[in-house]
Write a protein of this length. Structure first.
Lengths: 151, 99
């Protein structure tokens, strides 16, 4: 055992070692992210970006063409993430879905928390303290997954 | 045919723009800096989607990070729309502009 939460152990295999409470937290976050995908909430604007900033007409055409496929992509990767969260091993394809899901969750939570690049460590007196802690956990896991997926 | 009256109207030569039937203009995909996406993640996505070397992807990511944006791909409109869509699937803030 390496002590890593996520570790590549083969060409198509990653070992997952997450405490039960972290897995439960990730399930809750996955459900929250799914709700934002369906509700088209303000916090979901970063997972549905505007492509044509200078042309509302072109943006409307592009959005009509891509909005539903993009929503379906978010739903599918979050579903794969949710269904494999209790596994002790995942495949390469599942790891790629984890990458998408972790990033979607960070984009939604980070937007809701109004994250900026100059952010300091979470302050326990901040009413959003728990949100920042979860955001940092997602960041840590995504960083670990990027490292292992390139390994 | 012989002995028939000419019924075909004479068409004057008209100067048409060369691109009336197809859009040959160049379009570009721009990735913008944002405070959420990890630098390592942006580099990884650019390598994965466009097949860029680690060095090129890292340089583009650094341009995004330090200059606020970078052109990561260009071409015909249909192609860059697909590129932008794929970047959106990965959560990157990508926009399209005419060159």
């Amino acid at each position: 055992m390496s002590g890593k939460e996520i570790e590549r152990i083969g060409l198509d295999k990653f070992r997952i070692d997450l405490p039960p409470q972290v897995r439960q937290l990730l399930i809750d976050m996955k459900e929250l992210a799914l709700a934002h995908v369906e509700e088209n909430s303000p916090a979901s604007r970063r997972i549905f970006p505007v492509a044509y900033q200078n042309s509302p007409e072109m943006e409307m055409d592009f959005s009509q063409l891509t909005r539903e496929p993009l929503a379906r992509h978010h739903r599918e990767t979050l579903a794969i993430f949710g269904s494999t969260l209790s596994n002790s091993e995942i495949t390469e394809d599942e790891a790629l879905a984890w990458m998408n899901a972790l990033n979607d969750m960070r984009l939604i939570l980070g937007t809701a928390l109004d994250i900026d690049e100059e952010r300091a460590a979470p302050d326990e007196n901040d009413p959003n303290y728990e949100g920042f802690v979860v955001y940092d956990l997602l960041t840590y896991l995504q960083g670990a997954l990027i490292e292992e997926i390139q390994h | 045919m012989t002995g028939s009256l000419q019924t075909t109207p004479v068409i004057e030569k008209i100067d048409l723009p060369s691109n009336i039937f197809e859009d040959n203009s160049l379009w570009k995909v721009i990735v913008w800096n944002d405070p959420i996406n990890l630098m390592t993640y942006v580099t990884w996505v650019l390598q994965r989607l466009f097949g860029y070397s680690q060095g090129k992807a890292h340089a583009l990511m650094m341009e995004v990070h330090t200059q606020g944006k970078a052109v990561v791909a260009s071409g015909e409109r249909e192609k860059v729309e697909l590129d932008a869509y794929r970047l959106h699937e990965y959560g990157l803030w990508a926009t399209i502009e005419q060159d």
